[in-house]
Every structure is written in C-alpha cells, then in structure tokens.
Design a protein. Structure first.
Length: 346
C-alpha cells in the first residue's frame, strides 16, 4: 500500500501541484501562530509543550483518522494516505524556482538568474559570478529535495510499515515547517506580534528538527552515493565528518545539511561551499555563521563548511543534479515496492 500511495501522490502532484497560496499552507501558518501565542511563555518546558502540540497533535490526528477509515474500508485509508502525501510530498513545491534559474542560465541571462535566486532565497545575489549562481542553486535545490521529498518518504515509510499510516509524513513536514516559520518570524521586522517564538522555543524547534532529520539526512546522503559516484560521495561524507566531529560548531543545527551537501559534492564531482548552510545557520543565531566560518571557511566567508573537492560548478552540473535526484526517487520507489511486496506475501 505504501508504494502505491507514494506513486499516486507523486503523479497527482506532478499533474496538479498545490498553488503557492493555498488554504492548507495558510492553515499551517494559523496553527503555528495559535500555538506560539497560547503556549509559548518563554520557558524551555513551555517550548516543548508548544512544539508537541504544534507537531505531534496533527500527526496523532492523522493517525486516528487513518485507523478510523481503515476500520471502515482499507480503500478509504489508502485514499487518506494519498491525500496526506499529496500535501506533504512533492517536487513542484520548489522545482519551478530551479527550472526558471536553469533556463535563464541556459539563455545566458545571468542577471535574470541572479534576480530569480534572490527572490527564491531572499539572499543578495547581485554580485555573484556564474559559477557561484550555479553553486547556490545546487545547494538550495538539493536541500529542498531532501526536505520536500526524501525526508518525507523516510518518515512515512517507517511509520507506515509499523501500521501508523501517513502520520510520519505529517510529523516530518510540520517539524520542518515550524523550524523555518517560527525562526523566520522571530527575526522578521514585519512580523506581527505572536507570529515569532521566544528564544526558548527557538532552541526547542532547532533541537527537535535536528533529531527528527538526523536519520533521513543520512538516508538521503546514502541514496545519493548509491546512484552517484559511490566512493567519491562516501569520501566527501567522511571528510566532512572528520572536519566537524560531534561537538564542533558546525555539528549542531546544520550538521544534517552538511552531510547531504558533502555527499552531493562527491556524487556528482562538484565543488560546493555550503552557502546554503550559512544562510540557514544565520536563522538560528546571529553568531552561527561566524562560527561555521571559523571552523572551515576562508576569510571571504563564502563557505561555512569549507570548500569541498570537485570541479567548479557549471550549468551542466544542474542537469547532473536533476538526474541524481530522480535516480534517488527511483531507488526509493524500488525499495518501497519490495517492502510492499514482502508485506503482501507475508
């Protein structure tokens, strides 16, 4: 059932993606604001209560509906899984940015590519040369593919195998969404009162997201290694782990992202510098990106994890990344098909 639920959800999402402004994502934001306003009193235990209500309660509600529908008809439970995966899983939630920038670079319009990148990630791309534009796009796109596709697949597959339906997909996506939403609103000068999070809640969502994404990030990295250049990907992964062992500055909120980017660098033989990590690190702490730079970057601050080995990023690498991601999807689908077949035969 898991294989067919994922397959149907991906097909529907490709044919009719969710609009950028939709009532489902608006509901997520309203839910996030309600929990932070009502439960975030500034203490660590209040932060854990707010996070539990905001993340675990929707996952439990999803599970209870799944069990109720299963008691009526397995087909209804299957349809529920497809609906949940359609909302939480999909390339079309970010791929249009990647495609637009790639097309601009193919046409030789670097200025348009810079504007599109700046609009997508809210970064200053006005001075970036062509190779740096490509590097940024690779880093941000790979991390987006992990968070919108492979991470969701990992949690959904594990919990579905335990009979918990699509609860894992909701747990992962809500945790990822809140780690971005609360932290962004806390630092946004235009945010309304109650939209952000106290320092205690920010610490909680950061820690919780690091734990929840720990295994999926490594499964994504392993998948990239299998479908890419295995030895180079593992070597880059090992190099990153040696540079930032447990307890090092870069081994906190962004260690999971670093593992993915290191594996990607080796899998397609491209030099990455971790600018995506620098941007996400700055969400957690004003000093975070400085800590990363001291640990592994040059004096220009272009790389928070230190530049990996590999070729200078070129537009051709964007096509390699597309192939890497789709081969990883095929790998996941094959594994899900085998698990589904084993359950049916068992």
């Amino acid at each position: 059932m898991s294989f067919f639920a994922v397959l149907f959800a991906l097909i529907i999402e490709q044919a009719r993606p969710l609009a950028r402004a939709n009532w489902i994502h608006s509901s997520f934001r309203l839910w996030a604001r309600w929990t932070s306003r009502g439960l975030d009193a500034g203490k660590p235990h209040h932060g854990w209560i707010a996070w539990t209500v905001a993340v675990v309660v929707p996952a439990l509600a999803t599970l209870l509906i799944h069990w109720l529908l299963w008691s009526i008809s397995p087909l209804l439970a299957f349809a529920w899984s497809v609906i949940i995966l359609y909302v939480t899983l999909g390339f079309r939630q970010f791929s249009h940015h990647f495609t637009a920038i790639r097309d601009a670079l193919d046409d030789g319009d670097e200025e348009a590519a810079r504007e599109l990148l700046a609009a997508w990630r809210q970064v200053d791309a006005s001075e970036l040369p062509r190779s740096e534009i490509v590097r940024h796009v690779i880093e941000y796109s790979v991390l987006a593919a992990h968070r919108h596709v492979f991470g969701v697949l990992a949690w959904f597959s594990v919990l579905a195998a335990l009979g918990l339906g699509p609860a894992g997909a909701v747990l992962y996506r809500m945790s990822e969404f809140l780690s971005r939403y609360w932290l962004h609103k806390s630092r946004s000068p235009t945010a309304a009162v109650g939209e952000g999070a106290s320092p205690a809640l920010q610490a909680v969502v950061t820690k919780a997201w690091g734990v929840i994404d720990f295994v999926p990030a490594r499964l994504t990295s392993l998948g990239f290694a299998i479908v890419g250049s295995f030895e180079d990907a593992i070597d880059a992964w090992r190099s990153y782990a040696q540079r930032f062992p447990a307890g090092a500055p870069a081994a906190s909120e962004n260690r999971n992202d670093g593992v993915i980017l290191a594996a990607t660098s080796g899998a397609v033989n491209v030099r990455l510098g971790g600018e995506a990590l620098k941007a996400s690190a700055s969400r957690f702490s004003p000093d975070a990106s400085q800590g990363f730079q001291a640990a592994g970057a040059g004096s220009d601050g272009a790389a928070v994890t230190g530049t990996t080995s590999g070729r200078t990023p070129e537009v051709a690498h964007l096509r390699s990344i597309v192939g890497l991601v789709w081969r990883s999807v095929v790998l996941w689908m094959v594994l899900l098909a085998l698990l589904t077949l084993a359950r049916l035969l068992g």
